[in-house]
Write a protein that binds this ligand. Structure first.
Ligand code: PGA
Length: 263
């Protein structure tokens, strides 16, 4: 069975609730989503009520995601948000292990594993990010890093929950304004490695887990990643923060993947 094509953006610490809702509203009028494709949008926590309300009211097929989550159900964790809180808003997906969470906020693989376990227990979809730093790449241990992040991040998960999992390969050196976009030749071996590690752990079912690429994706380079046999989608930052930008990167992707534009 052909794997689904996934495409989405993370707004990071940008946008007010009104701005995020306006984005989702405009997106609905701007794109036609082909069968076999799934879109997602990950606004900041404060935008989630407005965006999930709108998504519910308009029957939007776009998954709405949260950028992070704590592993505990409740407790003395000032500033944190639980899975139950996200689910009460109707959130579809939670982003876990983004490079900025790992690097700037010191999240460990074990922390991320706790979060993945909680999300799956709750039945929340997870977008798990993995990727090596520039130093790890320079010392040729990028594969080891990604394998470790996966082995620990997915430790002890119930294989029955695998349909809730998507993985984004986001090399840290490729992310953000200071990042250098990876070349498709850098991405394909890592995507294959991700598939192999998950496949070794979970057997055939692991091989169906979607693997996305993210890191300085734009309308000009998107098709090169989408064409890779082991890549099932794109996770876009800056280039998709406007509806026009989202639309043009999506259009380039769908032309490559489905041979047609979004109309
Ligand atoms: P970028 O962000 O596309 O702006 O590099 C990607 C990400 O952080 O997921």
């Amino acid at each position: 069975m052909a794997r689904r094509f996934l495409f989405g953006t993370n707004f990071k610490m940008n946008q007010t609730p009104a701005e995020s809702a306006a984005f989702l509203e405009a997106l609905a009028g701007a794109v036609v989503i082909p069968d076999g494709a799934q879109l997602f949008v990950i606004p900041p926590f404060t935008s989630l009520p407005a965006v999930t309300d709108l998504a519910g009211a308009t029957n939007s097929p776009v998954w709405i995601g949260a950028q992070n989550m704590h592993w505990a159900d409740a407790g003395a964790y000032t500033g944190e948000i639980s899975a139950a809180m996200l689910q009460a808003l109707g959130v579809d997906l939670v982003l876990l292990g983004h490079a900025e969470r790992r690097g700037l906020f010191h999240e460990s693989d074990r922390d991320i594993n706790r979060k993945v376990l909680t999300a799956f227990e709750r039945g929340l979809r997870v977008l798990l990010c993995v990727g090596e730093t520039a130093d790890e790449r320079a010392f040729d241990v990028g594969g080891e890093t990604v394998a470790r992040q996966l082995k620990i991040g997915l430790h002890d998960i119930d294989p029955a929950r695998l349909p809730l999992l998507q993985i984004a390969y986001e090399p840290v050196w490729s992310i953000g304004a200071a990042g250098v976009p990876a070349r498709p030749d850098d991405v394909e071996p890592m995507a294959r490695l991700i598939r192999d590690v998950v496949g070794e752990r979970f057997g055939e079912a692991g091989r169906d887990v979607p693997v996305l690429y993210g890191g300085s994706v734009d309308a000009a380079n998107a098709a090169g990643f989408v064409a890779l046999p082991d890549i099932d989608g794109l996770f876009v930052g800056r280039a998709a923060w406007t509806v026009d930008g989202f639309r043009s990167v999506l259009d380039a992707s769908l032309r490559e993947r489905f041979g047609r534009s979004i109309g």
